[in-house]
Design a protein around this ligand. Structure first.
Ligand code: DGP
Length: 113
């Protein structure tokens, strides 16, 4: 797997507004926010995309979702929010390191583009 910008953020080589940091994952604000709140939750272990997930990643993936809900609560997204995981070119993935988008703070449209 090629090195991504997220690996540099994990190592602290690129600055980011960190919301959460633990042994398994990091959550930080997106550099190009698509909503008033736009945070990315990423595993510290580099997994390229959902397409590369295996059965023994289940606990890690669950942890990412739990952390995403904690971030949403902490940032006051009481009227709702959306978690998005883009996968591959058709899914709109631009960084090849699995990440969960936490989007909120405005009414989000559906269906997505
Ligand atoms: P996706 O399109 O699902 O792969 O989303 C990648 C997101 O990563 C996109 O919303 C912009 C964000 N991003 C890319 N480079 C950086 C960076 O250097 N810092 C931060 N904070 N976010 C970044």
């Amino acid at each position: 797997m090629a090195e991504t910008v997220f690996a540099k953020i994990i190592r602290g080589e690129i600055p980011a507004r960190i919301e959460h940091d633990d042994d398994l994952c990091l959550a930080f604000h997106d550099v190009a926010p698509q909503a008033p709140v736009h945070v990315l939750v990423i595993p510290k272990r580099p997994i390229e995309s959902l397409a590369g997930v295996a059965a023994d990643d289940a606990a890690l993936l669950g942890h990412l979702v739990v952390v995403a809900t904690q971030v949403a609560r902490r940032l006051g997204l009481d009227s709702g929010y959306r978690l998005v995981v883009n996968c591959g070119p058709d899914g709109g993935q631009s960084v090849d390191h699995l990440h969960v988008h936490v989007l909120g703070g405005r009414r989000l449209g559906w269906p997505p583009g």
